[in-house]
Design a protein around this ligand. Structure first.
Ligand code: GLU
Length: 389
């Protein structure tokens, strides 16, 4: 790469389904590469296929990118660029690289030759384009087909690097031919191996969660998700496995992308997620614990208490009652409760309090429980225990 050239990449999803993790992974590679090189990211919705494209999917893709923290510098939809494509179709008809065929469609005049390109991941790739025949580039002057739209967009946006899944390799010869026909500079290509299911088959909905929204709904952290996705087909060549987004940007390089398919492993993702959870600030961890607790049954429904379990060790009912009465007055002031417990004996106070709140031998600490229950419910549960004593 010459140093004067500004990197421009594209994130070009088709809104024909929820944002798949494979697409998200290539979007991430584009993002990391562009941010590392102070380049530009063009996000475009490839909705030339009117039947299969849906607004609902477009919204899902936009939301998923936002959730992952993948931002971009430019945004457009192919469906809004008809005039631009028309200009190029006219140009191709003028310079005789395309013609109107008998069936009225516009076909590319295939020069039938060999094309070579240097893939940044896979090395040199050669194709004989005569297999492609005179392929259709537009159904009419106003209806460009996919490959033409892609070539025009990449050219108009000044795309320097096409980083995409290796299911895109077979598109490359057509796109290179069209670039030559419209006078576009050829971008560099990096075809990234696909993400595979554990049995090495294509990762599809049959294997469970496959879209970013599935993982978001399962409760994964976005920072864990991008960390894990980055490791699917890339690693920095060191032992490091847990990265912040900034570290990924810093260390990312196309040269370190692997040539073989990456296996998706949810266990590993869970581990990465746990590591990121540990790194969250203490207050955020507390918040997450409390909101998770609100889902627990014993929080929603008052538990039945077993009198014999209320008192700590051999502390009398009388004393326990006294402790709980004091605590009841202090609910809302965790520090005061803690001070009081330290004075008269931590277990003596905190055990009956925790048990009164949860009705369980094992549960989160009483302060977390009180935060999840709220003040009124905490007081009523303490009162209930006092009555039983
Ligand atoms: N719209 C294509 C897709 O979502 C992108 C292919 C490409 O990167 O050229 O599969």
């Amino acid at each position: 790469m010459n140093n004067l050239e500004k990197v421009v990449v594209r994130i070009p999803p088709s809104p024909t389904g929820y944002f798949h993790i494979g697409r998200a992974r290539t979007a991430l590679f584009n993002y990391l590469f562009a941010r590392k090189n102070k380049g530009k990211i063009v996000f475009r919705i490839e909705d030339t296929d009117k039947e299969r494209s849906k607004k609902e999917y477009e919204e899902d893709i936009i939301e998923s990118l936002e959730w992952l923290g993948i931002d971009y510098d430019d945004f457009y939809r192919q469906s809004e660029r008809g005039e631009i494509y028309k200009k190029y179709i006219e140009k191709m008809l003028d310079n005789n690289s395309a013609y109107v065929a008998e069936d009225e469609v516009i076909r590319f005049k295939n020069p039938n030759r060999k094309i070579k390109f240097d893939d940044l991941v896979r090395g040199e790739i050669e194709f004989d384009t005569s297999d492609l025949e005179d392929f259709i580039v537009a159904k009419s002057i106003n209806e460009p087909l996919y490959h033409l739209a892609v070539v025009v967009d990449d050219h108009e946006s000044g795309v320097t690097h096409v980083i995409r899944g290796d299911d895109g390799i077979s598109n490359t010869p057509r796109q290179i031919l069209l670039q030559e026909a419209v006078g576009a500079v050829r971008p560099r290509y990096a075809h990234v191996p696909m993400i595979l299911a554990p049995d090495r088959s294509k990762l599809s909905a049959r294997q469970g969660a496959t879209s970013i929204r599935d993982f978001r709904d399962k409760g994964y952290l976005p920072q864990a998700m991008i960390n894990y996705l980055a490791l699917l087909g890339w690693n920095p060549g060191t032992e490091q496995e847990i990265f912040t987004k900034e570290e990924l940007i810093e260390q990312f390089s196309l040269e370190k992308i692997q040539k073989s398919g990456a296996i998706f492993d949810e266990k590993k993702l869970q581990w990465v997620n746990r590591e990121h959870l540990k790194r969250l600030p203490a207050e955020v961890q507390k918040e997450r614990q409390i909101s998770a607790l609100r889902e627990e049954l014993y929080i929603k429904k008052r538990p039945t208490l077993d009198v014999s379990s209320i008192c700590w060790n051999d502390i009398s009912k009388e004393n326990t009652k006294k402790y709980l009465e004091k605590v009841k007055e202090l609910v809302g002031d965790d520090d005061a409760i803690m001070k009081y417990a330290e004075k008269v004996g931590k277990g003596n106070v905190l055990w009956p309090l925790r048990y009164a709140l949860s009705g369980l031998e094992k549960s989160p600490d009483p302060f977390t429980l009180m935060a999840a229950l709220g003040k009124d419910e905490s007081i009523s549960r303490i009162e209930k225990a006092i009555q039983l004593l």
